[in-house]
Design a protein around this ligand. Structure first.
Ligand code: SF4
Length: 214
């Protein structure tokens, strides 16, 4: 295993966390790091951005499989794609890391914060930030914005990439032989990734085919 994990503590001496999870590969290291520090947490899976449904179900099932293995509570939230597409209107051609992604993070974190408020969690965070493809400042801004309406709620901005987190994410994905998604998630990222692959002479993405190998 790459580098030693540091002992984590939740902000404000809180004792439990609601962790928004985007997928098993990203949340694998986050979940194991939380467990190694003895932090009580629940996984909250709310990702109506993922398209098509076949891809959504594979990503979700992989996450459920891993949560069960570690005996971690898993909340399977709505797949309300109509709302996601409604909010994405006019942003179909935006590039990744742009305003469509801000909307997408906002939507997922708003739902996470609402569930947290209704179920006694004061700290929320997300596995999204561990991916080197993502803009961590963009994610943290969205997280803080989602938590802001709730008194005493904190979005925990821990940098999951540091101290070997990124490397362990890959190691865990290989060890668990997770499904390896090849695009961010939405129909527009699928379109743009395929466009890029085509320009490189590569084949189009095949949903449900690629898995990490040890
Ligand atoms: S590219 Fe990813 S983060 Fe951006 S809108 Fe699509 S699914 Fe959401």
């Amino acid at each position: 295993m790459t580098l030693i994990r540091e002992k984590l503590t939740l902000p404000a001496n809180e004792t439990k966390l609601l962790l928004h999870s985007c997928c098993a590969p990203c949340s694998g290291e986050v979940m194991e790091a939380l467990q190694a520090s003895g932090i009580e947490y629940t996984v909250f899976f709310y990702n109506p951005n993922i398209h098509p449904q076949k891809e959504y179900l594979i990503r979700k099932e992989e996450n459920i499989r891993f949560a069960k293995k570690h005996n971690i509570p898993f909340v399977d939230a709505d797949y309300d794609t109509d709302n996601w597409f409604e909010r994405a209107k006019g942003m179909e051609k935006e590039p990744e890391r742009g305003i469509r992604c801000t909307m997408c993070f906002d939507m997922r974190f708003e739902r996470t914060a609402l569930y947290a408020a209704e179920n006694g969690f004061s700290v929320i965070s997300s596995s999204l930030g561990i991916s080197r493809w993502k803009d961590m400042n963009q994610i943290n801004d969205c997280g803080k914005r989602a938590a802001a309406p709730y008194p005493n709620m904190i979005y925990w901005e821990y940098n999951w990439r540091k101290k070997g987190g990124s490397a362990r994410m890959i190691e865990i994905s290989k060890r668990e032989q997770f499904y390896q998604q090849e695009y961010c998630g939405c129909i527009y990222s699928l379109r743009d990734t395929n466009k890029y692959r085509k320009s490189q002479g590569r084949g189009l993405i095949k949903i449900g085919v690629q898995y990490y190998t040890p």
